[in-house]
Design a protein around this ligand. Structure first.
Ligand SMILES: Cc1cc2nc3c(=O)[nH]c(=O)nc-3n(C[C@H](O)[C@H](O)[C@H](O)COP(=O)(O)O)c2cc1C
Length: 177
């Protein structure tokens, strides 16, 4: 693959960072050079080849660092192959997963200039004991999906690694396939 792969992530509680690291580990096993960085610390894409962007969903939106990154780097992102993953559903219950897919699609549709080679949604992690004050308030509201929800971790490490393996193939220049 041409150039260092940037795996950039947004996160509030760390679960997306861990998935970003799993994706990066798989790509490295395939011989790629990979840098894993928080999106808020990436100021330019110079020197990178493909860009993998990961972010959690919050209240139907992609994490703000991801939205900011897409806005700031709109022009340069169009010169790189881009892949996107998001974390969201807290169970593998089909209704919840479909709802999160719809949220992600709606968010990405706001950036129609972005043409990712691959988009994937992974299960997320939830720990009510670690919520910020604002998120605790959200979780306290009766009728919201987080109300009285127990801690859970729906991340599927095999799925994350399988996605990375597939990415390594998709991001390969056509000439060396
Ligand atoms: C307050 C709150 C709101 C959330 N809203 C959504 C949502 O709208 N859609 C979704 O799919 N997941 C939602 N989630 C689940 C998160 O995306 C999931 O917990 C994710 O793993 C968090 O990532 P992070 O640890 O990298 O911050 C929400 C979680 C919290 C705590």
């Amino acid at each position: 693959m041409a150039g260092t792969i940037l795996v950039g992530y947004a996160t509030r509680y760390g679960s997306t960072r861990e998935v970003a690291e799993a994706v990066a580990a798989d790509l490295r096993e395939r011989g790629e050079t990979v840098e894993v960085r928080p999106l808020g610390e990436v100021y330019a894409l110079d020197g990178y080849g493909p860009v993998v962007l990961g972010a959690p969903m919050y209240m139907g939106r992609l994490h703000g660092d991801m939205l900011e990154f897409l806005t700031w780097h709109r022009e340069s992102l169009q010169e790189h192959p881009v892949a996107v993953f998001a974390l969201g559903p807290l169970t593998d219950e089909p209704g919840e997963v479909e709802g999160c897919h719809a949220q992600l699609e709606k968010e990405l549709a706001k950036h129609a200039w972005l043409h990712p080679v691959s988009v994937e949604l992974f299960g997320g992690k939830y720990d009510p004991g670690r919520l910020t004050f604002a998120h605790r308030l959200v979780a306290m509201l009766p009728g919201t999906p987080l109300h009285n929800r127990p801690a859970s971790d729906a991340r599927d490490w095999d799925a994350a690694r399988a996605w990375a393996t597939d990415l390594a193939e998709r991001l390969q220049p056509a000439s060396v396939r």
